[in-house]
Design a protein around this ligand. Sequence first.
Ligand code: PMP
Length: 375
Amino acid sequence: MAFGWIDEQARARRRAGLVRTLRPRPAGSPLLDLASNDYLGLARHPEIVEGAAEAARRWGGGSTGSRLVTGTTELHAELERELADFCGFEAALVFSSGYAANLAAVTALAPHGSLIVSDAGNHASLIDGCRLARGTTQVVEHAEPEAVRKALSARPGPAVVVSDTVFSVDGDAAPLAELAFVCREFGAGLIVDDAHGLGVLGTGGRGAAQAARLAGAPDTVVTVTLSKSLGSQGGAVLGPAGVIDHLVNTARTFIFDTGLAPAAAGAALAALRLLRREPERAARARAVATALYDRLTAEGHEAVRPDAAVVSVRAPSADRAVRWAADCRAAGVAVGCFRPPSVPDGISRLRLTARADLTDEQIGRAVRVIGETRP
Ligand code: PMP
């Protein structure tokens, strides 16, 4: 049996209580959503839905080809210009996902002979970028600029430092200004993944780099996803025009992938324009996160103080985290549940996402249900 080992693995997963299953979400679910990454509540906003529908009517259901052949429409070019302008960078390049954008940025900017210094808490897509890149990766202590300095000084030469801006599991922020300082000291490039910062951090949601006064810096490259606060799907890399040209010419997840679907580009563009008009949404998402944290910790839960819109609540064990999340769901509140192997530190948690459109009543209900179902 060629795949007999799969059954073996499945049995081990069941024994450890780590089986994952897909649960299709019905349209119009009555659940209170604290599990999605729709931080600004835009995924179902009429303007965003219309942006997607109008783009599909005009440009079709798919982009029809890779970006270098037929997959670049005027809509893609418009989205790239507006995204770069909004975040304060010279140029932008959109990808079919944030995952693909991260693979592109790391592999294209860390060639053979270079050093990649990667934070231990980085997202899987950055980790996979490091694995695919020809450079040599050194993983360093989480959110520790001194560890980055040590790694860079031990191996002089071309280098990039790679970090999430907001870490997806605990919602804590990277020390961006300090990382940029260390990078400048050693002439290293800085690649940061702002998947959880765009739309939430910075002036009107312009992202973590803008908040840290790094937007447009010559040695800084930012990756984003269009699938969280922008309520769409896709990803992008932002940076100096020369870097973006380099990606167009060398990044495999750009060259060999079909271009972003027009509907996704149209939705993201509509979200960007809405965010310009309603900049208060970003601050509201942060305020909801702080309110959730304050009320949960006041009731004795152990949580990480949120730097953006993700609130991480510690659970006693993996199986109790799973039961806790299931009980919350049964009581009408959807929460995320992170457990090994998604969390390498072995600590399981509930992951709550603040949404700008949550009402105070909904925040109160979520906190009450999490308290009542506590294992
Ligand atoms: N980076 C981070 C930090 C993420 O959390 C995610 C999404 N889970 C991604 C990248 C990937 O983005 P996308 O879902 O658009 O592929």
